[in-house]
Design a protein around this ligand. Structure first.
Ligand SMILES: NC(=O)c1ccc[n+]([C@@H]2O[C@H](COP(=O)([O-])OP(=O)(O)OC[C@H]3O[C@@H](n4cnc5c(N)ncnc54)[C@H](OP(=O)(O)O)[C@@H]3O)[C@@H](O)[C@H]2O)c1
Length: 258
């Protein structure tokens, strides 16, 4: 399917691996020029080479997206941004009683304020040019609570609510803002979290993995490719009538109809 976005410029934050990389790859496959990003230069360079080897027009920016200078570097590499995929690391799993004030603020900074700052920077240009697609990677925990990920869920729910009104102000300019809520995807982050779960339950990692798979009706983890394909569709020309929505992609794990 031709997504109608060849030649568009996409900034994909936090995309040297995992879900962000999946989005960058799918957008590059759709013909976008992609600006990718991460803090570790070696990981980022490996991602850049992988994309370039498959024929992508790719620019890599080593930067911390959580800083104003990092965001400036990312946007500077893009000139006019047609597509923005907001992504960042999430706060660690922790009992909420143990999260001190500074960590609370850092979580809100990372998963709510950082994406909002980027939206502020790009949205007027998108509206003026009559095309814009913004996708925020949030989490299924925005919809179905996971105790221990309270800061992550709260900051991402805040982002979702904040942008709900904003989305309606630019819908008539062919600018959309949507959110993707991943369940369990096979990334380094998931593997690290399963290792921690195994340690907490004093079981071997394969047992923790199997227990996690039993809770997913699809009995498997999602792939970054599947995630990227959904992201690319939400960024497509055809998706211009979808805005202000949060889309679950979780193999059926959240037991809900709506
Ligand atoms: N995987 C899942 O099952 C799942 C489920 C629900 C929600 N999520 C959320 O989805 C997001 C992505 O998760 P993932 O599984 O793809 O993680 P991942 O595999 O650990 O990849 C994270 C990526 O973000 C980059 N990154 C992290 N912090 C950054 C920063 N401050 N500035 C720039 N780049 C940064 C990392 O590179 P560097 O470390 O080199 O910077 C890496 O490229 C996270 O917010 C996570 O909480 C994931």
């Amino acid at each position: 399917m031709d997504l109608g976005i060849a030649g568009r410029t996409a900034v994909v934050c936090a995309s040297s691996k995992g879900l962000g990389f999946g989005c960058a790859k799918a957008l590059a496959d759709a013909g976008c020029r992609v600006v990718i990003n991460g803090r570790n230069p070696d990981t980022l360079e490996a991602a850049r080479v992988k994309l370039a080897d498959s024929g992508a027009d790719v620019v890599a920016v080593v930067a911390d997206v959580g800083t104003a200078s990092g965001r400036q570097a990312l946007l500077g590499a893009a000139n006019a941004v047609d597509i923005l995929v907001n992504n960042n690391a999430g706060p660690p799993f922790r009992d909420f009683r143990e999260i001190d004030h500074a960590a609370l603020v850092a979580g809100v900074e990372g998963n709510m304020l950082t994406p909002i700052e980027l939206v502020k920077s790009v949205i007027d240009g998108m509206a003026e040019r009559g095309f814009g697609r913004i996708v925020n990677i949030t989490s299924s925990s925005v919809k179905a609570p996971i105790a221990g990920l309270d800061l992550s869920s709260g900051a991402r729910a805040g982002l979702t609510a904040f942008l709900a009104g904003v989305a309606r102000t630019v819908a008539d300019r062919n600018v959309t803002i949507n959110h993707i809520m991943p369940g369990s995807f096979d990334t380094d982050r998931l593997r690290a979290s399963l290792e921690r779960t195994a340690w907490q339950r004093s079981v071997d990692v394969p047992i923790a993995v199997d227990q996690a798979l039993q809770r997913i009706p699809a009995h498997r983890f999602g792939t970054a490719q599947e995630f990227g394909a959904l992201c690319a569709f939400l960024c497509s020309a055809q998706a211009g009538y979808i805005t202000g929505q949060s889309i679950l992609i979780d193999g059926g794990a959240v037991n809900t109809t709506l």
